[in-house]
Write a protein that binds this ligand. Structure first.
Ligand SMILES: C[S@@+](CC[C@H](N)C(=O)[O-])C[C@H]1O[C@@H](n2cnc3c(N)ncnc32)[C@H](O)[C@@H]1O
Length: 487
């Protein structure tokens, strides 16, 4: 397949000199090719990986869980996507996996600042050592809900999702060892996949984005611990948003640039233009790149830029109050017994205990060792998900939530389990009524598809009430003739 893409004249005038004639020509040629279709398997739902191994998909060099598909299926109709067994993600963004594996070898408190829809959040979560916690944040409300959905589907309990602007973190008493800032940008790297990005591109927007990016980094910098790591990334090519902003972070915030080792066979491009001072280069011949650029025509995915910065050890530490557990939250809720029953004692987070926290809309189980962090976040930020969403209180009962069904910490044996077929799974994911065999016990039932939990329903005999979240339901009414099973 070949796409004819007309690029804005001003883009060509600025990018051709930056790339050089030959690289620019190769890049334009690649934009005429169809984009790759790639997925990343969820290692916390291991069956998916086993299933994929059977299909012999080509791997992605910089991310062990990445796979290239031979064509683009209609993912919406694969129940395993909704079960969080894999995530559809373009391959360049999976590079964060390589960066994290190279930089982080012991548990960290991490923040993904601009996280929706959650591709890099879930990659980050999977790449970090167990014992780490990730706060995933997104300021735009509707996008934050999608992020929360994707985080819950991945199923790892050591997660907090917030809906805030970076400046809000200044008043939150939180300090991070690792921050990923995948900042909003002019989107030049998305030109092949998203024609709208071409329509919206203009030099004025590039300037506006570069300015916004600097203010985002300036706002979040105090929340990074001395010696902590900031990964800065964009999906754009121009120097203003890339090298020049990196130089600005070095000059204005005193950050130190950390080179990334890259296998030459990956064809990752290093710094371009003159935005980054010569002093920041070095080691490039040995495959240590000061910044990494993925450019179509050289690497198979879409365009991204990534650089790693370290906050100096003697830089000012974020002011932190001593961790204190507030009486309001640490009092175990009446639902603590339910949590004990519904959750595995060890969960995916390894070490035992859960603390049950009630909010007006949901009862949550928080891994107890992250309770101080959760409480601080809940005090000054808008937390929209944390740990495991156990259920919604209804009278004296707790109606189990989808978050629990999809969590790796779920104790499946606490529920009646019913395996359903593809068509019934699609009906369920559309939030339509389903009926189960007459021998199914009444009450809450965990539905599984190919062994993976997809959600709860309440069997009342002649029908089963669908408990799938309204906001997650598949909206289309079309049904493919054949089941879609990507793995
Ligand atoms: C490049 S996208 C993030 C993609 C995401 N990291 C992923 O891999 O799925 C940038 C995100 O920043 C968010 N954003 C917009 N304005 C922002 C701001 N002022 N501060 C922080 N994030 C912002 C956008 O809504 C968008 O979700």
């Amino acid at each position: 397949m070949s796409n004819d893409i007309a690029l804005p004249k001003a883009f060509e005038e600025s990018t051709k000199p930056l790339f050089g004639e030959a690289r620019y020509a190769q890049f334009c040629e690649a934009l005429r090719q169809a984009p790759q279709t790639t997925i990343r398997l969820n290692p916390f739902k291991i069956t998916g990986c086993e299933l994929a191994a059977d299909k012999n998909f080509a791997p992605i060099a910089w991310c062990g869980e990445g796979r290239v598909l031979p064509h683009r299926p209609d993912f919406t109709f694969d129940p395993l996507l909704h079960a969080g067994v894999y995530y559809v993600q373009e391959s360049s963004s999976m590079f964060i996996h390589h960066v994290v594996r190279h930089l982080v070898d012991s548990p960290v408190v991490a923040l993904d600042l601009c996280a929706a829809p959650g591709g890099k959040t879930t990659t980050l979560r999977a790449a970090l050592p167990e014992g780490s916690v990730v706060v995933a944040n997104e300021p735009i409300k509707v996008r934050a809900s999608i992020l929360s959905e994707n985080v819950q589907k991945q199923g790892h309990p050591d997660m907090v999702v917030t809906n805030n602007y970076p400046r809000d973190f200044r008043k939150a008493d939180l300090a991070f060892d690792f921050i990923l800032a995948d900042v909003p940008c002019s989107g030049e790297g998305m030109f092949r996949k998203d024609p709208q990005a071409i329509q919206e591109w203009c030099p004025q927007n590039v300037e506006k984005c570069a300015e916004l990016q600097r203010s985002i980094i300036e706002d979040i910098w105090p929340s990074l611990k001395p010696g902590g790591i900031l990964v800065y990334s964009t999906c754009t090519y121009n120097e203003h948003e890339d090298e020049k902003n990196i130089q600005w972070i070095i000059d204005q915030l005193g950050a130190q640039l950390i080179s990334i080792p890259v296998d030459p066979s990956w064809h990752v491009t290093s710094a371009l233009g003159t935005g980054l001072s010569a002093a920041q280069h070095g080691g490039e011949d040995e495959g240590l790149l000061p910044v990494c650029r993925f450019i179509p025509g050289f690497t198979p995915g879409e365009g991204i830029f990534m650089a790693v910065l370290r906050k100096q050890d003697n830089d000012e530490a974020p002011r932190r109050k001593k961790d204190r557990q507030s009486a309001a939250h640490t009092q175990q809720s009446a639902y603590a017994k339910v949590a004990k029953l519904w959750l595995q004692e060890n969960g995916a987070s390894g070490k035992g205990a859960w603390t049950v926290v009630e909010t007006p809309t949901i009862v949550r189980a928080i891994p107890t060792r992250w309770l101080p962090l959760y409480e601080k976040a809940a005090k000054s930020l808008h937390v929209i998900h944390a740990g495991v969403g156990l259920g919604v209180p209804k009278g004296k009962q707790l109606v189990p939530a989808a978050s629990l069904a999809l969590s790796t910490a779920l104790n499946r044996s606490a529920f009646t389990q019913v395996e359903i077929g593809w068509e019934q799974a699609i009906h369920y994911l559309r939030k339509e009524a389903i009926s189960l065999s007459p021998t199914t016990p009444q009450g809450i039932v965990l539905l599984t598809y190919r062994g993976q939990a997809i959600g709860f329903c309440k069997n009342i005999g002649n029908r089963a009430n669908n408990l799938y979240p309204q906001e997650w339901k598949i909206k289309t009414t079309h049904l493919p003739e054949q089941p879609i099973n990507v793995l």
